[in-house]
Write a protein that binds this ligand. Structure first.
Ligand code: GLN
Length: 304
């Protein structure tokens, strides 16, 4: 039996006083007011207990972590037809990189980079009756938590400054890989990114990916084969041009966001969420990555 609480306590103690915690994302103005020293972890063992440390119940902006959730919704509607419009290869480039998209005729490398997620957003805008409300409902069902919501100020802040996302959406449109209006797709995308959750809520939401498609209270389900494929995409593409490093250091499928959150999981074993808002050069939580490296090393639990 592992003493998970001691492992989390030790990781917290080891990292909380680190001098270099990276830098809080400032390109979305609304995100830059977060305290660099906040740090929380929540672990849920599949079919068993939950363990926490630090500010695990404080909400933060999940940002790109939402891309996994929109993908899960879109694949539940479109099935594998989806892969005609977006590929499943790591990009080896930053999340907002654009020139590869032009070289590859408007087919994004994967659904976890920005342009890939914009294609997924386009699908949801086409297929859902009330896209923002229906998607929010889907997330609330996965988490079994109706308090989860968008942060309108964060969505607005990105709408005012998200020039690269406007460029990416227009590029997709020029290649015929966006069916809806650019502004409508971006409005949906900025809202999905503005979703706020605590580590604990994030863990609950992602439990479905560790539990072969069944949520914690079995109230919502995803197809098992879709779950398997989404985990594969998280492993190969979840950290953009740092996906190799994350697999090397941590060894789990996972996803990061520029709000400083990371969620990672070991299928059939556990889900773990970490939040520390300082980012490294690749836009991933600096302390978050170190915490997960310590966790999988100390517990000897990873997919490898
Ligand atoms: N909303 C952010 C963007 O589009 C998400 C990026 C991220 O979390 N990596 O730039």
């Amino acid at each position: 039996m592992q003493d998970y609480q001691s492992v989390l306590n030790n990781i917290y103690k080891e990292l909380i006083n680190k001098k270099d915690k990276g830098e809080v994302a400032s390109y979305i103005p609304e995100l830059k007011n977060v305290d660099l020293n906040t740090f929380g972890i929540n672990l849920q063992v599949v079919g068993d207990k939950s363990y926490s440390v630090g500010q695990y119940d404080e909400k933060f902006s999940i940002q790109s972590i939402s891309k996994v959730l929109t993908l899960a919704k879109a694949i539940s509607i479109e099935g594998h037809n989806l892969w005609q419009r977006v590929d499943v290869e790591p990009s080896g480039n930053p999340f907002n990189h654009l020139s590869l998209l032009e070289q590859e005729n408007g087919i994004p490398r994967n659904p976890l980079i920005n342009t890939g997620s914009l294609v997924i957003a386009d699908i949801l805008v086409s297929q859902l009756k009330n896209p923002k409300a229906d998607f929010l409902n889907f997330v609330r069902q996965l988490a079994n938590d109706d308090s989860i919501n968008y942060n309108e100020a964060v969505a607005k802040s990105e709408k005012e400054t998200g020039y690269k996302n406007y460029a990416g959406a227009n590029l997709l449109k020029s290649f015929g890989n966006l069916n809806n209006d650019v502004d409508e797709v971006l409005d949906f995308y900025f809202h999905q990114c503005s979703l706020e959750m605590s580590c604990e809520q994030l863990t609950k939401t992602f439990y479905v990916f560790a539990n072969k498609g069944s949520c914690m209270l079995e109230k919502a389900h995803l197809n098992k084969s879709h779950t398997k494929r989404i985990n594969a995409i998280m492993l190969t593409c979840g950290f953009y041009d740092e996906a190799g490093e994350f697999a090397f250091e941590v060894g789990l499928p996972g996803k990061s966001g520029v709000g400083g959150g990371i969620v990672a999981l070991l299928p059939k074993k556990f889900v773990i969420s970490v939040w520390s808002p300082g980012l490294n050069k690749k836009g991933n939580s600096k302390i978050g990555m170190q915490a997960l490296e310590l966790f999988t090393t100390q517990t000897n639990l990873s997919i490898f």
